[in-house]
Design a protein around this ligand. Structure first.
Ligand code: MLT
Length: 313
């Protein structure tokens, strides 16, 4: 029967390289985090995990590609809060359903974000930037990774809550979006800590605020939005690995076991801590926890997007 064939199939799995689709350009935080985790998970599984960057439309192009892939365990999606949480509320004709078209496999640790501005921007702190944005409604250009990316969502939410009008400039990923803040072509970006911290340390950009509830050890002198202009505000990007619906469960279990070993490896957790990436309680990493989280997030973002009238640009 099917169960025995999929069990036999799982016994030989994996016997060739695996592809993880990252729906943003290389060099961004999702790409960087996925590559670091893929390298460790592939060591556990004994086969290479190849990153396939498939950018476009805030990650929804790559997510649709993953939903259509063969459900054999050799193609998976690196999902995240935007295209696997908020997208159904933002894209009227979404080519996939984050819940129905996928098997949740495991969740990554969360990444808070840092609001950074180009060095020459006149704003010296977060209040100064908001005052600037209010006084010059069409003079603040904030780059992001496309409609529905976390850099877009959080910029839209913060601008909305702070009563300032910003122009949101989409790129194929936060990697290229950050390059243009460093180059001064755009004014600012909300970017995840793993890619933001090196640029701040090298003073290529200036950090004005973080989206975590409490200050980050690596940025003690950078205030949170919560303690300054948006009391109660907290946001971080969550991620997870999803397989196309129908991928055999013994395959998913094998990948999940490999992953959970990585999550308890001290060299990994130390690396995450150094990047201000937040480890989660172990039970949150499982496929079933990710599945529940995805459903809750799709519902939450419908409410948030309606209230903050965030829609397609
Ligand atoms: C985003 O949501 O902004 C993405 O994380 C961008 C990226 O990883 O390139």
């Amino acid at each position: 029967g099917l169960a025995s064939t999929s069990l036999a199939f799982a016994q030989t799995y994996p016997n060739k390289p695996i592809s993880w689709i990252v729906p943003f350009a290389a060099g961004g935080p999702t790409d960087a985090l996925a590559r670091g985790i893929a390298e460790r998970v592939s060591r556990e599984l004994g086969q290479p995990i190849i990153i396939d960057n498939a950018p476009g439309a805030g990650g929804t192009v790559g997510a649709a590609k993953a939903a259509r892939a063969t459900a054999d365990g050799y193609t998976m999606l690196v999902g995240h809060m935007g295209y696997m949480g908020a997208a159904p509320a933002l894209y009227k004709k979404l080519a996939y359903d984050p819940v129905k078209d996928f098997e949740p496999v495991f969740r990554f640790p969360d990444t808070p974000l840092v609001l950074m501005v180009r060095r020459e921007h006149p704003a010296k702190d977060i209040q100064g930037l908001i005052d600037f944005g209010r006084k010059n409604p069409d003079k603040l250009f904030i780059s992001n990774a496309g409609v529905g990316s976390s850099s877009h969502l959080i910029a839209a939410l913060v601008a909305n809550s702070a009563g300032m009008k910003v122009t949101l400039v989409p790129y194929k990923g936060a990697g290229p979006a950050l390059v243009d803040v460093i180059g001064g072509q755009v004014d600012g970006i909300f970017d995840q800590t793993n890619t933001a911290l090196p640029q701040i340390t090298e003073e290529k950009v200036r950090a004005l605020a973080v989206t975590s509830k409490v200050r980050l050890p690596q940025l003690k002198n950078v205030p949170t939005l919560n303690e300054t202009v948006l009391p109660g505000f907290e946001a971080s990007t969550w991620y997870g690995i999803y397989a196309p619906k129908g991928t055999p469960k013994p395959v998913l279990d094998k990948v999940q076991q490999a992953y959970l070993k990585v999550m308890t490896d001290k060299s990994f957790t130390d690396k995450m801590a150094a990047q201000a990436i937040q480890m989660l309680p172990a039970q949150e990493y499982t496929g079933s926890a990710l599945g529940k989280h995805t459903e809750a997030e799709v519902a939450r973002w419908r409410a948030v997007a309606a209230k903050a009238n965030i829609s397609l640009d």
